[in-house]
Design a protein around this ligand. Structure first.
Ligand SMILES: Cc1cc2nc3c(=O)[nH]c(=O)nc-3n(C[C@H](O)[C@H](O)[C@H](O)COP(=O)(O)OP(=O)(O)OC[C@H]3O[C@@H](n4cnc5c(N)ncnc54)[C@H](O)[C@@H]3O)c2cc1C
Length: 382
């Protein structure tokens, strides 16, 4: 089991209390409205939680990977969709900006992002660029001191409303190679950028969009990292992101276990609560055991990251196991609920819809398996 220190346990309690009063009671409403609750950006900024894991020099509130896992896990337990929107803002967009951009650009934007006054998005995916990260082809043509963008990004979380979008663009080379992929910070209101919301199966409390760039001029000083290699420079941020994405799966999985236990204790069939049937008790026990195993992996990877030890393969293992555990737990919780779980007003049907993306987002699990195999062939041992 995970041993949290006193400060971490306090943070966990505080986020859990906030999530139980400010998020969970509204989770169904936000899911049905397919709207992200915008007031949570400044609310979490005010509490200092968006700044967890960031240096105070850029407006962060300190703490590290373990604290960030605690935050994401507890938020996801209340609403995976809400956690996803905040995760992309914090863990992908702001983290890439802070870790890779030149100090003046990072300092000009990060404090407002960490206060939740600006909302961030990370735009990599395209119609022809998914699990293969070399396929991005959105062109950025140099024109004096600007880049002019033409092309489309798809499936971008926070895309419909983000103020600050980190866009992966091709400034050179051809699709199929990482060389030539740069990252530009694009303001949401830049002329030439149009956005279209996209509807989806799950994670409906987050908002997803298509971004179309037409002759969209962005100042060259908005480059994150070097021209032609900014995306490669962001790859470590994506590795980190896998650990926090895995924490999101843990939160969703804990919600599934909680719902399953609550239900089997009160639902009566065959003369007593379902929990009196051994098959049901064993199902719940297996759920708890798998969740505990996934938690050890996720927090183990976070601790490795905090100690500045190599953690890439651990991150892949944690992401693979936690995401598939999330799907397993949501399915078992739904199964134990019978027809009641299948109904619109049941939280477990939402968990069942929300879980699947975690298996192919943040690097498809097949890609994680490839990376784990290669690392193992090179000597990695768990
Ligand atoms: C809710 C949601 C939120 C998202 N948010 C963002 C965001 O904020 N920013 C962003 O850039 N993108 C986002 N995405 C898109 C995400 O990046 C892509 O889903 C992801 O990159 C995978 O690409 P794809 O979906 O096109 O799948 P594809 O690349 O088409 O792959 C489809 C399937 O093929 C199989 N496969 C792929 N590669 C391999 C392989 N090497 N070996 C074996 N099998 C393989 C896997 O089963 C995989 O699931 C989001 C998507 C969703 C649904």
């Amino acid at each position: 089991m995970i041993e949290l220190n006193e400060t971490q346990a306090e943070l966990q309690g505080a986020v859990a209390r906030f999530a139980a009063t400010e998020i969970e009671p509204h989770a169904r409403k936000w899911d049905e409205a397919e709207e992200f609750p915008q007031h949570l950006f400044p609310a979490l900024g005010e509490l200092g939680w968006l700044g967890i894991g960031f240096d105070p020099a850029v407006g962060g509130s300190g703490g590290g990977p373990v604290e960030r896992c605690i935050l994401v896990e507890e938020l996801a337990r209340a609403s995976a969709g809400v956690a996803l929107g905040l995760y992309v803002h914090m863990v992908l967009a702001t983290n890439a900006l802070v870790k890779v951009a030149d100090t003046p650009l990072a300092v000009s934007l990060a404090p407002a992002l960490l206060r939740g006054e600006l909302r961030g998005a990370w735009a990599y995916a395209e119609p022809d660029a998914g699990a293969d990260v070399t396929r991005a082809s959105l062109r950025a043509r140099r024109d004096g001191d600007t880049f002019v963008l033409d092309g489309t990004k798809l499936y971008i979380t926070n895309g419909p409303f983000a103020d600050v979008i980190l866009v992966v663009v091709r400034t050179g080379g051809d699709p199929g190679t990482l060389k030539g992929l740069s990252v530009l910070v694009v303001d949401g209101d830049t002329p030439g950028l149009s956005r279209r919301p996209m509807r989806k199966l799950g994670m409906r409390a987050s908002e997803l969009g298509e971004l179309v760039f037409t002759e969209c001029a962005v100042p060259a000083e908005r480059l994150v990292g070097e021209e032609g290699s900014g995306f490669r420079q962001c790859l470590p941020v994506l590795s980190e992101g896998r650990v926090f994405g895995a924490a999101l799966a843990l939160g969703l999985g804990r919600a599934a276990v909680d719902e399953a236990v609550r239900h089997v204790m009160v639902r009566e069939q065959f003369g007593g609560p379902l929990a009196e049937l051994q098959a049901v008790r064993f199902t719940v026990a297996d759920m708890v055991a798998r969740l505990a195993a996934a938690r050890s992996l996720v927090y183990g990877a976070a601790e490795a990251m905090a100690a500045a030890r190599p953690f890439d393969t651990q991150a892949s293992v944690a992401k693979l196991v936690a995401s598939e555990t999330g799907t397993y737990l949501a399915e078992r919780a739904l199964h134990l609920h019978g027809a009641a779980g299948f109904m619109d007003d049941s939280p477990v049907q939402r968990l069942y819809r929300d879980c699947k993306i975690l298996e192919y987002g943040e690097g498809a699990n097949e890609v994680q398996r490839e990376m784990i195999f290669k690392a193992t062939a090179a000597g990695f041992r768990p």
